[in-house]
Design a binder for this molecule. Structure first.
Ligand code: FEO
Length: 392
């Protein structure tokens, strides 16, 4: 694919990775991803923003074949999917300077062993003239790593946001025209890597609103040529109330936990609570993260294995804990053959959740009528708690 014009003197370059299925050896990519670079021609200086995953370096180098000179390679973030092809681009343009902030420079030296003299270090808010265009650089830590910055192209009112507002989406669309598809994938992306830092991100959103961009160019997924809706969505995901919704995560070994979960889910639906139920054997952890963005209650269902939760349940609890969703309530249901403190063990795994823990329901063997009554009571309690908070 050739480079594509976004507007006069501003181009998209990069690689669409249709076939990548896993990111960071952790995150499933149901719709692939892209690694976006951008090229801006000023009247005096030419700038490349970020590179691509090193696996795709040849695509970027081919797109650059008729670009004679690059003065600056702005590097927003040191993660390899954007910085990994820097050594190859620098080999083609040895006079180019890598423009980044101090923390990013140190990480790039660690990860890529780049020489000190290839850098032009910039400070927060610093401007760089390209002749008829002006860039400025703004420190926005934790979107996604602590060194991340964004770039503002003043005259064109374009924000180059790197991972911020990104989506893991391989698409031939240059712009985010299929809004519902991009919304879901951007929300999933937010859930997977931004949600733990939602407090910092809320502050960054305020800064983005001050820019009032006409376009946002992220490093994954399509360009936002009407960026208002994605900025509003980030606000809602990060700082709005959760919804009248539960996420039910469970594993069952001998059907006891499954019967409990099914009873609880039926009762929650009867009580007007919307929900998603995930059997954790084979579940997509990204799909779970997506649902955690606005769920008010997390229910974990587990059998007892060696006195504790099933390993897949422990994994899901670990992920939910590190993602720090805004759930207000959490509880555990499950079964045991003879003993163990499975509920206590699970609750100990969730220190980051600022959620009220509702009394767990644990039974021995198959659920009796009495256990089912307890589960009905739990569903009623969850629905009431949601109502008291006015959740919709
Ligand atoms: Fe797309 Fe954090 O790298």
């Amino acid at each position: 694919m050739h480079k594509r014009m976004i507007k006069e003197d501003v181009y998209w370059l990069g690689a669409i990775d249709w076939d990548r299925h896993l990111f960071d050896a952790l995150i499933p990519l149901p719709e692939g991803t892209s690694y976006n670079s951008y090229l801006v021609y000023g009247s005096e200086k030419t700038v490349l923003f970020d590179t691509v995953d090193p696996e795709k370096k040849d695509i970027l180098l081919e797109q650059l074949k008729d670009v004679e000179k690059i003065d600056y390679i702005v590097t927003h973030h040191a993660e390899q999917d954007h910085s990994g092809s820097l050594p190859f681009v620098l080999e083609k343009y040895p006079e180019a300077k890598v423009v980044c902030m101090a923390k990013c420079k140190s990480m790039l030296i660690d990860h890529l062993q780049l020489p000190e003299d290839c850098f032009k270090e910039v400070k927060n808010g610093e401007e760089l003239s390209l002749g008829n265009k002006t860039l400025s650089f703004h420190f926005m830590p934790w979107v996604h790593w602590p060194e991340t910055m964004v770039s503002w192209l003043k005259e064109d009112r374009i924000l180059f946001s790197c991972d911020f507002f990104g989506s893991h989406l391989a698409t031939s669309d240059l712009f985010a025209t299929d809004k519902s598809r991009v919304y879901t994938l951007a929300k999933r992306y937010y859930a997977e890597i931004m949600m733990p830092f939602k407090l910092q991100i809320s502050k960054h959103i305020k800064k983005v609103r001050e820019f009032d961009p006409l376009m946002i160019c992220p490093s994954h997924g399509p360009v936002y040529n009407e960026p208002g809706w994605i900025i509003d969505a980030y606000d809602e995901w990060g700082s709005g109330l959760p919804e009248n919704k539960a996420v039910v995560l469970y594993v069952s070994m001998h059907n006891s936990t499954r019967l409990m979960v099914e009873h609880l889910v039926d009762e929650l639906v009867n009580q007007g609570v919307s929900l998603r139920q995930f059997d954790l054997i084979g579940a997509d952890i990204g799909e779970i993260a997506l649902e955690l963005v606005d769920a008010a209650t997390i229910v974990i269902g587990t059998p007892t294995l060696f006195g504790g939760p099933h390993p897949n349940v422990a994994y899901a609890a670990f992920v939910a804990n590190i993602l720090k969703p805004k759930a207000k309530f959490a509880t555990v249901v499950g079964s045991k053959g003879w003993g163990g403190k499975v509920a206590e063990r699970l609750v100990e795994m969730l220190p980051n959740l600022q959620a009220e823990i509702l009394d767990p329901v644990i039974c021995r063997g198959l659920p009796t009528d009495e256990v089912k009554q307890s589960l009905s009571g739990l569903a009623e309690q969850i629905a009431k708690k949601h109502q008291e908070l006015g959740l919709k």
